[in-house]
Design a protein around this ligand. Structure first.
Ligand code: IMP
Ligand code: MG
Length: 183
């Protein structure tokens, strides 16, 4: 792994305050869609871990007490370009049969990652599988896939922060930033 911090300019796209407000509203949408204490939140690692951590606390404020598990999928390598193929790096520990599952991811782009995860969980007998994404990049879909809950629409730029990385860096930023000069 190359540990040097990329020397790039990062412009704020969504502030910590905007993210917090939108996350609370998303939890209410999720409750209105009929999710209750039976829900299993599945965070797709690594990029969604900050969003998932805030979303489960927002769900608490919406009176939902979820179970939480993690799956690690890889369709991206350490750079900024997609390799196109999805593999399971770390599987769920929870039996999803009969459960309502809320998949949580950072960005819906080609849709390959989430289409793969949704099919995997549905094939294991989940009763319902819905998806919450922090960001959606419109017009980039390779698979027909719709997320039921979307935080923000995102310009077709490379973004970092709030859990999302560029070459393993910048996950710690409390805001969502746009990398200027990269695609
Ligand atoms: P896709 O929808 O299968 O193309 O994969 C989307 C995944 O690629 C996201 O969950 C991120 O992990 C990663 N990704 C896509 N665009 C970006 C970006 O702008 N910044 C950081 N990660 C990204
Ligand atoms: Mg991801």
């Amino acid at each position: 792994m190359n540990d040097s911090i990329p020397q790039v300019q990062i412009d704020s796209l969504f502030s910590a305050e905007e993210i917090a407000e939108r996350t609370m509203a998303l939890a209410q949408e999720i409750r209105r869609a009929g999710f209750t204490d039976n829900v299993l939140v599945v965070a797709v690692l690594k990029g969604s871990f900050v969003f998932a951590a805030d979303l489960i606390r927002a769900l608490h404020h919406a009176n939902i007490s979820p179970l939480v598990d993690f799956i690690s999928l890889s369709s991206y390598r350490a750079g900024t370009a997609s390799s196109g193929k999805v593999t399971v790096l770390r599987d769920l520990e929870t039996d999803v049969a009969g459960r309502d599952v809320l998949l949580v991811d950072d960005i819906l782009e080609s849709g390959r990652t989430l289409a793969y995860a949704k099919a995997l969980i549905a094939n294991r007998g989940a009763r319902r599988v819905a998806t919450a994404v922090l960001l959606e990049k419109p017009g980039k879909r390779a698979e027909s896939f719709e997320a039921e809950f979307v935080g923000f629409l995102c310009p077709d730029k490379f973004v970092v922060g709030y859990g999302m990385d560029m070459g393993h860096h910048f996950r710690e930023l409390p805001f969502i930033g746009m990398v200027v000069g990269a695609d």
